[in-house]
Design a protein around this ligand. Structure first.
Ligand code: GTP
Ligand code: MG
Length: 250
């Protein structure tokens, strides 16, 4: 059986141009140096695609534009920036003197929106997407006017051992998360006030209390009218991973 990394290597080999898809809410955290180095070694052009830009403020976009080279912001599901992305691909292709049937490999962490991006470029649903990460299992070829897109399963860097980071990014199915409360509290620390605002509860320093407040508000109760912390934490992770909770300040 070919491993996920085997597929990544194959796509880097087969493609003419590579896209590294990042989550705009955590662009630096979703970069993958191992992939970036492999692409660099191949000498092929790499475009950083910061997806889910609908979930961040404009100033975040501007800041990343300055710090991440050859980057472009898009929202695959809201169809923002996809025309520009197509243009960028075409410019890179014409530099390579490849005007038609240029092969574009789409790489990145699980759940960052690789399949959604392909569907957005295609203009209709050609590859399946899911709020549950690890959804795409094999390489899929999608053809759209002059471009052949190669969808890949998301990969986590080999060297990345920070489990909490994985969960925050959405690389673990929220249902399978063993300590959802810890991850939910870590999210609240990383994005102060955002979760509280979404569920309309007070911001306090006591994050456990905040989880309890959200549980009570959502009527998630266990025996003895106690707040159901596990359930509420899983709900928060689900709402975060699906992009319902944004990191925008309203
Ligand atoms: N708000 C928002 N959500 C998005 C955007 N793009 C993708 N999503 C959501 O993010 C989730 C993951 O999207 P996918 O396209 O399946 O992600 P993927 O990178 O292909 O994931 P794997 O195949 O599991 O590696 C889905 O719930 C999408 O609806 C976007 O631009 N904005
Ligand atoms: Mg996918």
């Amino acid at each position: 059986m070919i491993t996920f990394w085997g597929m990544v290597n194959r796509v880097i080999n087969d493609a003419d141009i590579l896209l590294l898809v990042l989550d705009s809410r955590m662009a630096q955290e979703t970069r993958n140096l191992e992939i970036e180095n492999k692409v660099k070694a191949s000498g092929k052009p790499l475009i950083y695609v910061l997806n889910k830009c609908d979930l961040v403020d404009k100033h975040v976009v501007e800041q990343y534009k300055r710090t991440i080279p050859n980057s472009i912001f898009i929202s695959a599901t809201k169809h923002l920036g996809t025309v520009k992305l197509r243009e960028k691909i075409q410019i890179a292709a014409s530099r390579l003197k490849l005007d038609s049937n240029v092969k574009v490999g789409v790489l990145g962490y699980p759940n960052v929106g690789k399949s959604s991006l392909i569907n957005s470029l295609k203009g209709r649903s050609a590859t399946k997407t899911s709020s549950i990460s690890g959804y795409t299992k094999g390489i899929q070829k999608v053809r759209t006017s002059g471009i052949i897109l190669l969808d890949t399963p998301g990969v986590i860097p080999y060297l990345e051992k920070d489990q909490l980071k994985h969960n925050i990014i959405g690389t673990i199915d929220h249902n399978k998360e063993k300590d959802p409360d810890i991850v939910a509290m870590k999210l609240m620390t990383a994005f102060p006030g955002i979760i509280e605002q979404y569920y309309n509860v007070y911001v306090t320093d006591d994050l456990e209390k905040t989880l309890e407040n959200i549980a009570l508000k959502r009527k998630m109760i266990i025996k003895g009218s106690k707040p159901d912390i596990e359930r509420v934490s899983k709900m928060i992770l689900k709402d975060w991973q699906s992009g319902d909770i944004t990191s925008k300040k309203y």
